[in-house]
Design a protein around this ligand. Structure first.
Ligand code: SAJ
Length: 415
């Protein structure tokens, strides 16, 4: 049974805010803590500073019921959930500065008995590091009650929700909880059971940390395999989409889909934490990252070959987001491809269609030969059409517009 009635969630981003809102909707009193004034003001007005289906109604409801509020200061609470960014350093080791900043603010509020959960995706050992850091700041406390000092309970509970389906997957996904002690894991399990209807599986903190990295690496390796097949197939004159569809009829084969590269802030990042932790032993994981990171360059070359011989070619570029039907352009291979094409083909006109944004991102906004356009006008005037994102909008239009154009379909939408 959960005995925790109030929680502080540190970091009101893509994971922290949904977690805060769903806890609040299930009767817990939640304070969300963030460094960004605009985020705090938005949440206290019951608003959400980014797009995620259904999140707005959760936040608005929880704020109006006085179950959720936001603040710059870390309050006293029975449990703390740390959901801050964990970027990597140039050598791919984790940069723990945001975790340390959160712990520095939590430490003075502790009196013993509290639960501190790290949710941020982290390499094995990071939860232990956070625990040791807290104890260094509060030597009157312990992680396990040793020497008669009151214990704080430290656990890792990685999020595994898919952007665009966060409010559903928070409830339905199974969860892994890794404790620095068994008691910490049990306390965290009971807290997550307040809203999670999936199975909650208990392990140690390092295994929980690694499980999250492995899930995203598994996907990265499988996508790299598909991307490699797409390059091989192009060379051999084989339709890769048909090839994969046929191979996947085998009962034990399930190849993912090739694309222009892997984007987002998870799959393209997390495998590097494994590589940094065991560089000699993670050759396959590393090569998958390299293969996926090289795919945008291959798409650029392929597009340049398609328009070779055309003076001042007009290229319709469909999609900038990192995947279908979202407005998120961060770490998007499509943005990188447009930027590279613009520089390499200075005489070309790149007419970009992205129905989910109103303006070009900062990497593209100053490029003279790149502009935003509507789908049909962009295709009509183009010599070549480069499809980078499988948005639904690109599946439903008059296909006769494509006749006579050079087509580079990186997602297999028009096969
Ligand atoms: N992609 C392909 N081919 C595919 C599938 C994906 O090229 O067959 C590309 C996408 O276009 C995109 C990238 O991979 O650029 C990542 O997209 P995604 O939908 O696979 O994953 P994310 O980054 O949105 O979310 C992932 C999820 N992890 C897994 O599915 C194992 C999610 O459950 C995690 O919570 C999330 O990472 C995270 O926060 O770590």
């Amino acid at each position: 049974m959960n005995t925790i009635e109030n929680v502080a969630v540190i970091g009101l981003g893509y994971i922290g805010l949904p977690t805060a809102a769903i806890l609040a909707a299930n009767g817990i009193t939640v304070t969300g803590v963030d460094v960004n004034d605009r985020t705090i003001e938005a949440v206290n007005r019951g608003e959400v500073p980014f797009v995620e289906p259904d999140l707005s109604s959760y936040v608005a409801g929880a704020v109006s019921q006085n179950k959720l509020s936001a603040s710059k200061d870390t309050p006293e609470a029975q449990a703390y959930i740390v959901a801050v960014p964990t970027p990597f350093n140039p050598d791919y080791t984790v940069d723990v500065k945001y975790i340390k900043a959160a712990a520095t603010n939590i430490a003075p509020k502790l009196s013993g008995g509290e639960l501190v959960i790290l949710e941020s995706t982290s390499p094995p050992g990071t939860t232990q590091l956070m625990g040791d850091f807290l104890i260094a700041l509060r030597p009157d406390l312990s992680l396990d009650g040793a020497d008669g000092k009151p214990a704080i309970h430290v656990a890792h509970c990685p999020e595994r929700v898919l952007p665009g389906r966060v409010m559903i997957e928070l409830v339905t996904n199974d969860r892994i909880v890794g404790g620095l002690t068994e008691e910490a894991a049990q306390l965290a399990k009971h807290l997550y059971a307040v809203f999670c209807q999936g199975e909650i599986l208990i392990t140690d903190a390092a295994t929980a940390e690694m499980a999250k990295l492995v899930e995203n690496s598994y996907r990265d390796v499988n996508i790299a395999f598909a991307n490699e097949l797409s390059v091989i197939s192009d060379k051999l004159g084989i339709n890769v989409w048909e090839l994969i569809r046929l191979a996947n009829h085998h009962p034990r084969v399930n190849i993912l889909q090739p694309g222009p590269g892997v984007g987002g802030h998870c799959i393209a990042v997390d495998p590097w934490f494994i590589v940094a932790a065991a560089p000699e032993e993670s050759q396959l994981i590393k090569q998958a990252r390299i293969t996926n990171d090289q795919k945008p360059d291959w798409v650029v070359d392929r597009t340049m070959r398609a328009v070779e011989g055309i003076d001042s070619p007009v290229i319709a570029v469909l999609g900038l987001a990192f995947k279908a039907n979202i407005d998120d352009l961060r770490e998007s291979p499509a943005v990188a491809i447009v930027e590279k094409l613009s520089r390499k083909l200075s005489t070309a006109d790149l007419s970009v269609v992205e129905p989910h944004v109103k303006e070009l991102p900062k990497q593209l906004v100053d490029l003279q030969n790149v502009s935003l356009a509507e789908l049909e006008s962009s295709i009509s005037s183009a010599d070549a059409v480069l499809l980078l994102v499988d948005h639904d909008d690109f599946k439903e239009f008059d296909r006769t517009l494509l006749e006579g154009k050079h087509i580079i379909d990186t997602r297999g939408v028009w096969q």
